[in-house]
Structures are given as C-alpha cells and as structure tokens.
Design a protein around this ligand. Structure first.
Ligand code: SGN
Ligand code: CA
Length: 531
C-alpha cells in the first residue's frame, strides 16, 4: 500500500495542472494589466449591446469576473492614467486635465511593486511627458501616438517602428514577458492606443468593417429637452462636430469639391498626416476600400438631408471605431494564448479595461468627459483562476481609483495609507465586502476641446447629482432606475426633494473624505488648456 500511495502521489505531481497550481500557490502572482484608449463597454460583446463581437475579451468574462458598473473619477485620458498609477483623485495627484504636468516623482504602485521584487514594464500609450518612473522597461507612444508606422520612445530613445500600432504594442508586450527574468514575478501595463480618434483600422479589417451596418442608439437625434446648458453646448455631435477628412475619411480634395468644412482647423492635416505615414502597399489597400465608399457618398451628398447625413456619419464612425477594436481584441487573444502556452495562465492576473468610456452615438455624441453613464463607466474584466470562478458579474461601484490598491493587495504589498482607492480583491472573488455606496467624480478640462463644462458630482446605486460650474452654476439630478438614459433632469422636481437633499449631503461627505477643495479655490484651477 505504501508503494501504491507513493505512485499516486508521483502521478499527481506529474500532472501539469497540479504542478502549476502548486507552484502558483507559492509564487506571488504576475499581473498583465491591459488598458485600451476610449474603449466603450458598449463595444465589448460580453456587455451584451449587440454592436460587435470581441470573442477574446469575452474569454475574460467567461473565465473571470465582469464589472457592470466600473467607472472612472475623471473621464479623460491622461488624468485617468494618473489615477491608475497613484490611486489618488486628480485634485490630489495634480494631473487634472490632459495639459497639466504629471509629476513622475510622486509615488505610484509600479514603484511599490518594484521595491518589493517585481519586474515592471509599461508598453503603449501613456500620454504623459517625461520618462516613466516605476518601470524597468518602457516603450511608450508620444502624446496620442500614431496608428501606422508609429514612433515609440523606448527607454528614453525615440524610434519609428514599422507596422500597425495595435499589433506592435501586442508584439512588444509578449516579447517583454518572453525575455523577463524568470526568477521574479512581473507586472506589465499593456496599453493600446486604439480605439482612440481618428480610428484607423488595420489593413486586414478594412474591407470587413466598412461593409457593416450598425444599429443606431435611441438617442442619436437627442434634442436635450429637460437637460442643462452643458449638454446643449458641448461640441461632440457626430453631425456638427466631427471632421470630414480626419474622422470620416472623406479625402480633402473631395471636401473642397463638395464645399465641406471640417469642425477642427486640423481636419485635412490630420488626414494627410495619418495616411501619409502608410507604406505604398498600405495606402493602396486603404484606397481600394475607401475610394468606392467616398465616390458613392459624393454622388449622394447633394440630395442628402441633415438626418441622412447624420446616419451616414454615424455608420462611418462605427465602422472605423469598431474596426480598430477588432485588432485590440485579437491582441488580447494572442496574449491569453501566450500565457497559456507558457504555463503562466494560472498565476497571472489579467485585467482588461479602458481609460474611460465613450459615446457611440448616444445623445448624438462621440468623445467622453461627461459624468453621464457612457463616459463615466468603463469596461472592467478580470481573470485570476486561483481566486475567481469564471462567469461572475459584479455591480459594485468600483473605480479606476481602486486599481493601484487592488493590484498591490494581490501582490501582497502593503497599500500606502494615502492612496484613496480601495482594494476590490475580495469583491472580485465574490466574498462579502462592505463596499462604498457612492462614487465621486471631477472634470476640469474647460475651456477646451469639445467644450464640456467643468463639473463634479456623486453617483449612488440609483441617483446621480452633478454640479456644472465655472461659467455656469447648474445642478442636475437623475433617477437612473426610472431614467437610465439620463434624459430628464429632476433637480427641480418637488417629488425628488428628499432625494436631492440626501444626495447633496452625500456629495459634501465625499468631498470632505477625498479632501477636495478645488471647486471654490480659484487659484487651483489650471491655466486655460489650449484648444
Ligand atoms: C484629441 C482628440 C479629441 C479628444 C482628445 C483627448 N481630437 O484632442 O477628440 O477628446 O484628444 O482624448 S483629435 O482631432 O486630435 O483627434 S484623450 O483620450 O487623450 O483624453
Ligand atoms: Ca482616452
């Protein structure tokens, strides 16, 4: 019997899965944090909006947890990244808008991981000046970065790479893991540029996506009745505020023939610069697909109504935006396959998220910035089989503020007490947790591009209170249960008197807790961002 037992134990040990989980229990987990830029949750099929198909990102939902109400604290690129790194609100970490300087000398969670024996890397978009601190290796795009044959700054040295940005970023991310020091755990921030404006899909996706027709959101023709000034004056309308060449890919010469004017002064330049980066072959492939579309548009344009034009522009927008998402999804698939093939899938936490949400035609809009749902919320999926059973969803009010403490918690590194977020590690695996019942939001980039007024607010399970200030003084209150699309501001409605008072109280409480004194402190307000 002794021999049989010995044989059984030996067989068990030889099972690769068993061996791996035994190893995993001893090692600190690796982290692959994947973040895209402007990736709306509506454009991930696991969220069930029926727009497109993202089978690889969906694998994270099947094998992990999907958060339905994850949100950001400031719906803008660079501020969101600063919150991710520091675990602190914008008014504390100082990166209040895209123009403000980010102080890399302050603490961030990557530095803490490094100090505790992790090897760290940052690959892709970061949208901040200065050499990233906290990373053993960095390969970052300059500012917004380019889709075709982009420039990267690799450990401080500029280099132009040949290829498509999403694929190059994925290649570099996988290569870095391949070449890592196998004796240490790792944390990789794998940040895609896509699907950021101006939405240039990879050559292999052009034909497929430009043939697709997408369902229109119910509020594509929103008239902003019962809303305040901020929503009415924002410059995010697909019909009025998009660029013809830069965004919709109408060639500049055709714009002239049709008498079309871009909303931004850089409309034609953007098109010329972007397409000018392509190789001859890439450009030929592009023209082959886009020329017939544009010729067809040219012939129809003179008889198109404003409504038809809006519909055409919405479809063009969706085709290119979702076309860029296709390559992001493939990159996630390649990363997951790589981890699996190399026995790293059990002991690696994989996160997928975006720097914020995005409007895909809701309220007639593109872009983000507002505290309304589509841009406040951001996709969040997390896979870690050692702790999380697949197929879970969570409605908890988690935020990007929580990433730094959560990842430190998984790595068994003490969470610095001045971080303002909270670890959602227990929540992720479905354990009981006394979670926050409200979130706090701030937005500052005004005056600025898209003209979204400064605001801050609070959101609870059911209600949202927003204050727009600076050159207005307006309050909005939404009942998200009765009005999930936020079409009816009930701030002045007597029926909501008590709710309104409760929400004001909650807001004050949060502003105190997070130490925000910025709204009444004029000296804090950043200098006019350049448009
Ligand atoms: C650019 C875009 C804007 C976008 C900002 C910020 N205009 O300025 O539409 O809101 O970036 O985006 S573009 O014509 O230059 O493309 S963010 O994701 O970096 O915050
Ligand atoms: Ca962004």
């Amino acid at each position: 019997i002794k021999n049989e037992l010995l044989a059984l134990v030996t067989v068990l040990f030889l099972q690769p899965a068993f061996a791996q989980s035994l190893k995993a229990s001893k090692q600190r987990p690796n982290i692959v944090y994947i973040m895209s830029d402007d990736h709306a949750y509506q454009a991930i099929s696991a969220y069930g909006h029926g727009l497109n198909s993202t089978p690889n990102i969906d694998r994270l939902a099947k094998e992990g947890v999907l958060f339905t109400r994850a949100s950001v604290t400031n719906s803008l690129c660079a501020p969101s990244r600063a919150v991710l790194l520091t675990g602190k609100h914008s008014f504390i970490n100082g990166k209040v808008d895209n123009e403000a300087r980010f102080d890399w000398n302050q603490d961030n969670f990557a530095k803490a991981l490094q100090q505790h024996g992790y090897q760290t890397a940052l690959i892709g978009k970061i949208h901040m000046d200065g050499l990233p601190q906290g990373f053993d290796h960095s390969a970052v795009l300059i500012d917004q970065g380019e889709y075709y044959n982009p420039n990267f700054i690799i450990n401080g040295t500029k280099q132009q790479l040949n290829g498509y940005v999403t694929d190059l970023t994925t290649d570099m991310a996988i290569d870095w893991i391949k070449n890592r020091d196998q004796g240490k755990p790792f944390c990789l921030l794998f940040h895609q540029k896509a699907p950021h404006r101006e939405w240039l899909p990879a050559v292999r996706h052009l034909a497929e996506y430009t043939k697709m027709k997408f369902p229109e959101p119910k509020t594509l023709f929103d008239d902003f009745k019962n809303r305040g000034t901020a929503a009415k004056t924002a410059e995010m309308n697909i019909l009025k505020n998009m660029n013809w060449a830069g965004d919709n890919k109408v060639p500049p010469a055709m714009m002239d023939e049709l008498g079309l004017k871009g909303f931004m002064s850089w409309d034609k330049t953007a098109y010329n610069n972007m397409l000018g980066r392509m190789t001859t072959q890439e450009r030929e492939a592009w023209d082959k697909v886009y020329n017939p579309i544009m010729e067809d548009f040219k012939s129809k344009y003179p008889s198109m109504s404003q409504e038809e034009l809006m519909r055409w522009r919405y479809q063009r927008y969706m085709q290119d935006y979702l076309g860029t998402v296709a390559a992001v999804d493939e990159g996630v698939g390649r990363m997951l396959d790589f981890l699996k093939e190399n026995g790293l899938d059990e002991n690696t936490i994989v996160v997928y998220t975006s720097d914020q949400g995005f409007y895909l035609g809701e309220h007639g809009w593109f872009d983000k910035r507002f505290m309304y749902e589509e841009s406040l919320r951001t996709p969040l999926l997390l896979r870690y089989p050692a702790e999380i059973k697949g197929g879970r969803t969570s409605e908890a009010l988690v935020q990007n503020l929580d990433f730094a403490p959560t990842l430190l918690d998984y790595a068994n590194v003490a969470i610095p007490p001045d971080m303002q977020g909270k670890s959602f590690r227990k929540l992720a695996s479905g354990k009981d947790e006394n979670w926050r019942d409200a979130i706090y939001y701030t937005y500052y980039e005004y005056p600025g591009i898209h003209a979204v007024k400064r605001h801050y607010g609070v959101r609870t399970d059911r209600y949202k209170l927003i204050h727009f200030y600076y050159d207005v003084d307006e309050w909005e209150l939404y009942d998200l249960e009765k009005d999930p699309q936020e079409l009816n501001n009930v701030y002045q409605d007597p029926k909501y008197k008590d709710v309104r008072a409760r929400m004001h109280k909650k807001l004050e409480q949060l502003r105190k807790e997070y130490k925000d004194s910025t709204v009444n402190d004029k000296s804090f307000l950043p200098k006019k961002p350049k448009v």
